[in-house]
Design a protein around this ligand. Structure first.
Ligand code: MTE
Ligand code: MO
Length: 346
């Protein structure tokens, strides 16, 4: 079995396969990949420049960064376009199914450490992370660079990292070697790969990937895509599976707006409260499970998560033209074949 389900080869976009989605920590070779441009070449002379309204513009080498205090975060990261194919009509963009989400450990240094070395003035409002990748876009003039801005408080949070490692090994080229940003709780677009610079600003950044992409375009206006919306995913049984009547329904729930407080699972139209497990970290998905009797025949399973902010997954997503943030409750059709699992005490 291939470790990734490739959606597009150039630039590489690939999903985590369903089998790997069952794992609490995604096997490193199956962590999804989403690149807007071809992967730039990493080299030992790589530097990150910290510029803008800072007190002292600086340039750090890989050795400088290796010398700063090290920190790790264990994070569920989801692409804002995950589950785009579930929208009707399907919006433009990569045709992601359910696998543009993964959970792994990222290690490196706090981004704030670099900002503090450069000196952040009190009126700083945003920090733009500048990627080394760029290319033409059909709806923009000239060459567009991958750049995204973060509010200053998010950039200064100790768990917002500049990562050098994923799952204990050096970043691979497709995951952003030699340096990338990791912003726990935010959709993936904030976690800029191939980090070449940080620009501290007092005025809002209006680059292509800030204002023309990674925004919710709805009839009502344009809203930036930021934190991940509350979502859940049943990973067992799989859609189309043959299930015994004595079923153990399991999955993951996550949100960038707070801890998961409740997951409900529906068997056809009857909703049951699922048991919640303990997430591996505050930024990682929460396991849920429901052991229940299923009726024979064709059965529809659904899951609905609630987070600490009170946000609940909607039954139907508000369509947006770029197809972001599809966190609608998903229906999993299964066929219940009657045979029972052995009783737990047998
Ligand atoms: N420089 C750069 N950073 C980037 C991107 C990109 O195209 N270029 N894609 C973003 C998007 S949309 C996502 S979902 C994540 C994916 O990170 P991964 O490929 O390591 O899974 O990277 C983000 N960082
Ligand atoms: Mo993404």
């Amino acid at each position: 079995m291939s470790p990734l389900d490739v959606v597009r080869v150039h630039p590489l976009c690939a999903e985590t396969p369903v089998a790997a989605l069952q794992c609490a920590t995604t096997p490193a070779e199956s962590v999804y990949i989403r690149s807007n441009f071809e992967t730039p070449d990493a080299h030992d002379a790589w530097t990150v420049r910290v510029t803008g309204v800072v007190q002292r513009p600086i340039s750090l080498t890989l050795a400088d960064i290796a010398g700063l205090p090290q920190r790790s975060v264990h994070v569920t990261m989801e692409c804002a376009g995950n589950w785009r194919l579930g929208m009707d009509p399907v919006p433009e963009g990569e045709p992601w199914r359910y696998g543009a989400v993964s959970t792994t450990t990222w290690s490196g240094v706090s981004l704030s450490g670099l900002l503090e070395l450069a000196g952040v003035p009190p009126d700083a409002r945003e920090v733009v992370a500048v990627g080394a990748d760029a290319g033409p876009r059909s709806d923009a003039a000239g060459i567009v660079r991958f750049e995204r801005s973060l509010p200053i408080d998010v950039a200064m949070h100790p768990d917002t990292l500049i990562a050098t490692h994923m799952d204990g090994a050096r970043l691979t080229p497709d995951h952003g070697a030699p340096l990338r940003v990791i912003v726990p709780g935010w959709y993936g677009m904030a976690s800029v790969k191939w980090l070449a610079g940080l620009e501290v600003r007092t005025e809002p950044f209006t680059g292509y990937f800030q204002r023309q992409r990674y925004v919710y375009h709805t009839g009502a206006g344009t809203i930036p895509v930021t934190r991940a919306l509350v979502k859940s995913m049943i990973v067992s049984p799989l859609p189309g599976a043959n299930c015994p009547t004595d079923a153990d329904i399991r999955g993951w729930a996550w949100s960038g707006h707070g801890a998961i407080t409740q997951v409900d699972v529906a068997v056809n139209d009857a909703w049951h409260r699922a048991a919640l497990g303990v997430p591996a970290s505050p930024y990682a998905w929460t396991p849920f499970s429901l052991r229940t009797q299923l009726p024979s025949g064709d059965v529809m399973l659904r899951s609905r998560a609630t987070d600490a902010s009170g946000a609940v997954q909607p039954d139907v997503i508000e369509w947006n033209s770029l197809g972001y943030g599809n966190n609608a409750v998903r229906a999993i059709p299964v066929r219940v074949v009657g045979a029972s699992l052995p009783a737990a005490d047998a």
